[in-house]
Design a protein around this ligand. Structure first.
Ligand code: 13P
Length: 244
């Protein structure tokens, strides 16, 4: 169960979140818990979560290990800060910061090279779904963004299916829509990496996951977890998602 805080929470707000959140999930051992704060709150989050089962991730990284790239942060730096995971290719990065399947693949490889688990995000936009292109879009994103990874690398990633029309809109995909998309992604994984790898890959659903819809989504065997935006900002609502 992963929370993506996007551009929310200072370090004081991060500390206050963990103080309330950690006791609420102390007994939760049925799932892994990941929180991805903004870079500048990572140190506070790592310190607050140390000695617990909660893992901390970054929301982005650069594909080079170092260099003259003003404003960027590399995979070894993310790892050094205490993160275990990093989001790659979130639709907001694709939409507002020009990320492509090629940069997604380069960033995923850099993350893996530094020992991080990349959470690679894919998903179709509203007009693509409306014109029946969902599966084609997912196929292209998989083949160009994920497919160049080696089988060994593929064994160390997570995938998040986030239909763009469901992000921050309150419009959640139905459990069946999400499961269909996950099946399409898994079919790509099977074609490229084989049956065992496809069965083993964990695919999270993201897009308006809330305490009142999480059970229906998680009841789908195809859905292995959730990547949560808005509802991860409140310690009580994210704890109730973890404890679904
Ligand atoms: P919301 O849960 O706010 O729709 O955001 C989903 C998301 O983009 C998580 O990465």
């Amino acid at each position: 169960m992963a929370g993506n805080w996007k551009m929310f929470k200072t370090s004081a707000e991060t500390a206050a979140f963990f103080e309330k959140f950690l006791p609420l999930v102390a007994a939760a051992e049925h799932c892994e818990v990941l929180i991805c704060p903004p870079y500048l709150s990572v140190a506070t989050a790592v310190q607050a979560a140390s000695g617990t089962r909660v893992r901390i991730g970054a929301q982005n990284l650069h594909w080079k290990n170092e260099g003259a790239f003003t404003g960027e942060v590399s995979a070894p730096m993310v790892r050094d800060s205490g993160c275990t995971h990093v989001l790659v290719g979130h639709s907001e990065r694709r939409q507002f910061f020009g990320e492509t399947d090629k940069s997604v693949n380069d960033k995923a490889a850099a993350a893996l090279g530094a020992g991080l688990t990349p959470v690679i995000c894919v998903g179709e936009r509203l007009e693509q779904r409306q014109s029946g292109e969902t599966e084609a879009v997912l196929t292209e994103q998989f083949q160009n963004g994920i497919g160049p990874l080696s089988p060994e690398q593929f064994g160390r990633i997570l995938i998040a299916y986030e239909p763009v029309w469901a992000i921050g809109t309150g419009l959640v995909a139905t459990p069946d829509q999400a499961a269909d998309a996950h099946r399409a992604i898994r079919a790509q994984a099977r074609a490229r990496y084989g049956e065992a790898a496809a069965a083993g890959i964990r695919i999270l659903y993201g897009g308006s996951v809330k305490p009142d819809n999480v059970k229906g989504l998680m009841a789908q065997p195809e859905i292995d977890g959730a990547l949560v935006g808005g509802a991860s900002l409140d310690p009580f609502s994210f704890a109730s998602l973890v404890n679904f």
